[in-house]
Every structure is written in C-alpha cells, then in structure tokens.
Design a protein around this ligand. Structure first.
Ligand code: NAP
Length: 300
C-alpha cells in the first residue's frame, strides 16, 4: 500500500528559525534588532493565543516585539493613530494587526494605514500589487510558507499543474500567484466551482485552503500528487484537523502535509522571516545613507 511522504512543517520551520536567529544576530552587530509590533483589539481568545505565539516566537528567535492590547471599543481613528506612530518608529520593522477586527472597524482602512514598508503580513494593496507584478517585497506568510515547504522537499513546480482550492486574499489568491511565478500552470477553485474533482484529478500539486473538513479525499487526486493542507478545523472530538481526508489521501499522494505539524508552524516562521528581511532592508538603506554622506564629506 502506498504511503505518501509526510512534509514535516515543524522540521522545515526549525531550520528556517535557526537561520532567522543567525541573521538577526548579525544585524545586532550592526546595532539593529529586528522589531515586530503587534496590535490586538478586544478579547477574542483565539486571537489572544495567536498573538501570544507570535510574540513568543519573536523572543525565541532574536527579534524584539511589542504588544498593544486595545479595548474592544477602540475607535478606528484611535487604532489608525497608533499605527501611524508605529509607522515612524525606527525600532519597528514590522507591524501586525491581528484579524479579525471588531465589526465597527473597517479592516481594509486599517491595513492600508500600515506603512507598506512594514506590512509583514503582506496584505497592503501595495504589497499585493507587488506580488502580482512579480516584484514581491512582503509575501503573505501562509502561502510563502507553503512555497518554502515545496522547496525544502525539492518538489518541482515548473511545468506542473497546480490547483489551489480557495480564493481568499490572505491564502488562495497569493498562493496561486506564487505558484504561477514558480512556473506552475495554476487553476483556482472556489465555492462556485462546478466539479472540484475534474480539476484536482489532473493536478500535480493541490493546495486546500477552504476551512471545511474532507473537502479533498484520496479519490479526488492523481497518484503521486503533492497535497498541501492549509485548512484549520475541529473534528467531532474538538481536535484540530485540516481540509484533507488525510487517511485516504495518504494512500494515493506522493507527499502530504499533516494537520497539525504541517502548514501551521510555517505561518509564524514566515512572519519572523518577513520582519527580519524588513530590518535587513533598513540596514542596507542606513549603510547606503552613511556611504553617501561619507562621499559628500570626501571621506571615501
Ligand atoms: P476564507 O477567507 O473563508 O476562504 C475560503 C475559501 O474557500 C473561499 O475562497 C471559498 O470560496 C472557498 N470555498 C468554500 N467552500 C468551498 C467548496 N465547497 N469548494 C471549494 N471552495 C470552497 O478562508 P481563508 O482565510 O483563506 O482560510 C482557509 C482555511 O485555512 C481556514 O481553515 C483557515 O483557518 C486556514 N488557515 C490556516 C492558516 C495556517 O497557518 N495553517 C493560515 C490562514 C488560514 P468563495 O470565495 O467562493 O466563497
């Protein structure tokens, strides 16, 4: 019986985090500590856990972080005013506003208020546009993590048929763009897709990003396909599970990501990578600035 190879998100994540730690240490020698500012609005318990994990990951991997906990009735104007302060804080290289926001706040306005130079989630339209035009600066963390997993396991993308199930702005659409950029022929499926299996059965790579259990089963994939499960759901016992029927898919696929232990750990890791790279860009700008002033002063 075929048993697909497991793509171990924890292992890929660990290797990347070691690299973040190393690169953060070398930035520190230049006097720069990569900094992430996190803003949490309200008391949603799931959001509080996500935020805590992000702050902890910063601490463990050589980054500095701040956490603003704003009350649930904070106004949009107050939230944006805080973002504007962080936009000009030289110690902050990344700003993250935990979503979802309370209904009285327009998330789009809030995301657009974050400086595109510090938008480590990659949700600002400037960064979405940069990804679309093939010149990305900040890539959304979850699909960026998926690309790193494919690379770590040397899974080819050039000339491959890829199907992305889901078309959200934070996962499905940027995932499709990244796979396209990596040379795949990409099909995007969604809730209006008439026959999901028709598309998935010819795919070399399937990424499921729906939020619905068992949306993809073994009978819907091509033998040897790579299956990436982005979904996060709860089963009847309240345990975390993905969108993919892991047991049946594992018998047909070549590679599959588990839930938990697959894409999940990669998302926070890519947030660290985006913050680190933002700080590295700042360091380069500062170095260029001091070289230019040396030239002006006739020192070089
Ligand atoms: P979302 O905004 O709700 O988008 C879900 C997408 O699935 C939509 O495009 C929707 O189509 C599509 N869809 C719904 N039912 C479908 C069906 N029967 N067949 C095909 N497509 C269908 O969700 P999201 O933010 O992209 O997240 C997707 C999942 O990934 C969730 O479970 C989320 O918790 C998880 N997630 C995990 C991580 C991680 O770190 N592991 C990070 C982010 C998200 P329409 O556009 O037509 O409605």
């Amino acid at each position: 019986m075929n048993q697909a190879k497991i793509i171990d998100g924890l292992a890929v994540s660990k290797a990347l985090r070691e690299e973040v730690l190393r690169r953060a240490a070398s930035l520190k020698e230049e006097g720069i500590t990569p900094g992430l500012a996190v803003i949490l609005v309200g008391n949603d318990p799931a959001s509080a856990v996500y935020v805590r994990n992000k702050v902890k990951a910063c601490e463990q991997n050589g980054l500095f972080s701040t956490l603003d906990r704003l009350p649930v009735d904070v106004t949009e104007a107050q939230l944006i005013a805080r973002i504007r302060e962080l936009n000009v804080d030289p110690n902050v290289h990344g700003i993250l506003v935990q979503l979802p926001l309370p209904r009285h706040i327009n998330s789009h306005q809030v995301i657009e208020a974050i400086s595109a130079e510090k938008d480590v989630d990659g949700f600002h339209v400037a960064n979405a546009g940069a990804l679309l035009t093939g010149l990305p600066k900040f890539r959304p963390c979850t699909p960026y993590g998926v690309m790193k997993m494919l690379k770590a396991y040397e899974i080819p993308t050039v000339g491959m048929n890829a199907v992305v199930i889901g078309r959200s702005n934070i996962v499905g659409k940027p995932m499709a763009l990244m796979l396209l950029d990596a040379g795949a022929t990409v099909t995007v499926c969604h809730s209006k897709t008439k026959d999901l299996s028709y598309h998935t059965l010819t795919a070399d790579i399937v990424v499921a990003a729906v939020g619905r259990r068992n949306i993809l089963t073994g009978g819907m994939i091509k033998p040897g396909a790579t299956v990436i499960d982005v979904g996060m759901n709860k089963n009847e016992e309240g345990k975390l599970c993905g969108d993919v029927d892991f047991a049946s898919v594992r018998e047909i696929a070549g590679y599959v990501t588990p839930v938990p232990g697959g894409v999940g750990p990669m998302t926070i890791t890519m947030l660290l990578v985006n913050t680190l790279e933002s700080a590295e860009r700042t360091a380069q700008i500062e170095a260029r600035g001091s070289m230019e002033s040396d030239l002006e002063a006739g020192k070089a």
